[in-house]
Write a protein that binds this ligand. Structure first.
Ligand SMILES: [Zn+2]
Length: 230
């Protein structure tokens, strides 16, 4: 029974270890997803600026065409008034172009800054991915080790369970699932170490003599005493 208890304890510990490894990995994956989201956000923002850049270039080209058209009209103009008006059109278009070019410079500046942020985040992502991949390989290896230990322990457990009378076995399994894996506990100085309650003296004494399963009347765990031989 005690070997069985120890096996179950080890199985529970392995399972706990496995969960810890898995949650560490999944945390790193979450971090990766977070950085990926930032990279995507930067890419979207850059796309917006690229669109704005195209619009500005189109507008500049349009103003340049306007200037060319106005220039072409100048030789045919008859009146001074009309001449002044066309020159004014040209000046206005040139002022527009200067303004659009200033906007374009600002857009380019934004694009450059976003581009370097994005490159930085992409590098961070790559190094995270490398870390996660390496860690995952380690975890996979550990998991494979666990699986073979677990399989071995389960095999041993089955054979131990078979040696136990059916009634005791059922009770043991119920206790394992209900008592956080501790179904078999030591009785020491007249008390159950599972629930720390004092055992009836007669029951406690019988533990030294009888070689049959005894249960704590308080927590129902299987109890045993540590004899000198261990
Ligand atoms: Zn107890």
């Amino acid at each position: 029974m005690r070997e069985l208890q120890s096996l179950d304890q080890q199985l529970i510990q392995l399972d706990e270890k496995r969960r810890q490894l898995e949650s560490a990995i999944s945390e790193q994956r979450l971090e990766m997803a977070r950085v990926q989201e930032m990279v995507d956000g930067l890419a979207d923002e850059m796309e917006g600026f690229q669109t704005r850049r195209r619009e500005l270039n189109d507008a500049i080209a349009q103003e340049e065409r306007n200037i060319e058209r106005s220039d072409a009209r100048l030789p045919d103009i008859k009146t001074q008034k009309e001449y002044v008006a066309v020159l004014k059109e040209i000046d206005t278009a040139k002022a527009m172009i200067r303004d659009l070019q200033a906007q374009l410079t600002e857009v380019d500046r934004q694009l450059e800054s976003l581009g370097s942020d994005r490159a930085e985040k992409e590098q961070e992502l790559a190094s995270l991915a490398a870390t996660v991949e390496a860690r995952q390989a380690e975890v996979d290896q550990e998991m494979a080790g666990f699986s073979s230990s677990v399989a071995e322990m389960n095999g041993r457990k089955e054979s131990l369970l078979e040696q136990i009378p059916a009634g005791v076995r059922k009770r043991y399994q119920t206790l394992i699932s209900r008592r956080g894996g501790m179904a078999v506990v030591e009785a020491r100085n007249g008390a159950c170490t599972g629930c720390n309650m004092q055992l009836p003296p007669q029951l406690y004494n019988s533990l030294f003599k009888l070689d049959k399963p005894q249960y704590c009347p308080h927590c129902n765990r299987l109890i045993y005493v540590q004899t000198e031989q261990g």
